[in-house]
Design a protein around this ligand. Structure first.
Ligand code: KG4
Ligand code: ZN
Length: 341
């Protein structure tokens, strides 16, 4: 199928045209960082107003760059949740109107499913099922067992902050500009990851859950201490990043080791996928690929432009999930708390 994707769940106004959930013919994204930066975080009202101002032109832009008109696509895929309600409503209302006016098929996509299927974009030998996915974004951190496009099961999750949220909050403590993740990663590149031994929290040894709020608090206490006042910010950033990567990689390793004890037809992961905005982090990507190599399992990481929020991944998820996501344009409503499965 040829799908137009629309993603407005948070602060990126994103549109794309994707063929067969793999080939990205256009991928347009306008980030709103300059409007939110002075507040140190995303202001929902500003985000929805920017989407309202930008989305129609972004739809035209994606179609033009793909060299086609709306009538050439087979359907429209839109993020229906989870996310900020005002932001979601702009994308959902636009997609409904376009589908209703043209008679095109409409697919309602869970934003997190989009992140999962980002790994298929521009990938000519995609991950084989069943696979394990580590999904790490600004709002979510979870391990997912993916048996088929529609058989998804969360097997571990954060008990408090998401990994991206921990990056953003720690970046703020370090006085870095918003958005914090990329800025903190750049600073960490100049520092010593072993300089400060920040804690690695694993809430309960019997589960695959994770926790990041204690780490952020440790960084805060450290920065307020005498040692913290004389520490190099580069070392604090590198040591914080090492703790996040250790916790995430430990969870993946544990899930793969638990899987080894099962018979191939019980699970037998055939690939492991990294996704979400934090997947853009080079230190995490390197450690993730190393785990795959040591366990002899194929690793998949989307291209950077498909790690952070984008609309191509929404089209990819709709393509894979097909009829499971098909909706009537008259009845679709945005759901800020859309359940994962
Ligand atoms: O997936 P995403 O674009 O939006 C959500 O669905 O939340 O993820 C955004 C998150 C933010 O917390 C951002 O700081 C983080 O991903 N992020 C990074 C990097 N790039 C984005 N975190 C660490 N290193 C990066 N290079
Ligand atoms: Zn996202």
């Amino acid at each position: 199928m040829l799908l137009l994707g629309i993603e407005t769940s948070c602060d990126d106004t994103a549109t794309a045209v994707v063929r067969d959930g793999v080939r990205v013919l256009s991928n347009v994204s306008t980030n709103q960082d300059e409007f939110h930066a002075k507040y140190g975080g995303i202001v929902p009202e500003i985000a929805s107003r920017r989407h309202a101002a930008l989305l129609s032109a972004a739809v035209d832009d994606a179609l033009t760059r793909a060299g086609m008109a709306l009538g050439d696509v087979d359907g429209i895929a839109v993020t229906a949740g989870p996310g900020l309600i005002g932001s979601l409503v702009v994308g959902v209302a636009t997609a409904k109107a376009l589908a209703f006016a043209t008679g095109l098929r409409l697919y309602a996509v869970n934003h997190l499913h989009g992140h999962l299927f980002a790994a298929f974009l521009e990938c000519h030998e995609p991950p084989a099922y069943p696979f394990l996915a580590l999904l790490v974004s600004g709002g979510h951190s979870q391990l997912v067992e993916v048996r088929s496009p529609t058989a998804l099961r969360v097997i571990g999750k954060t008990r408090d902050d998401a990994a991206g949220e921990a990056y953003d909050k720690t970046a703020r403590l370090l006085g870095l500009p918003f958005p914090g993740g990329p800025a903190l990663e750049a600073l960490a590149r100049e520092g010593d990851p072993k300089a400060i031994a920040f804690p690695r929290h694993r809430p309960d040894p019997g589960t695959l859950d994770m926790s990041f709020s204690g780490l952020k608090t440790s960084v805060r206490y450290f920065l307020e201490s005498a040692a913290g006042k004389s520490a190099r910010p580069e070392d604090v950033a590198a040591s914080f990043q090492a703790a996040v990567v250790d916790v995430l990689i430990d969870r993946v390793t544990r899930a793969l080791d638990a899987d080894r004890d099962r018979t191939p037809d019980e699970t037998g992961y055939r690939a492991v996928v990294l996704s979400g905005g934090v997947a853009a982090n080079t230190a995490l990507q390197t450690a993730f690929r190393a785990v795959g190599a040591s366990r002899n399992i194929a690793t998949f990481v989307p291209e950077r432009r498909f790690c952070t929020d984008n609309a191509a991944m929404i089209a990819a998820a709709a393509e894979r999930r097909g009829e499971a996501n098909r909706v009537d344009p008259r009845t679709l409503v945005a759901n800020p708390n859309l359940p994962f499965a």
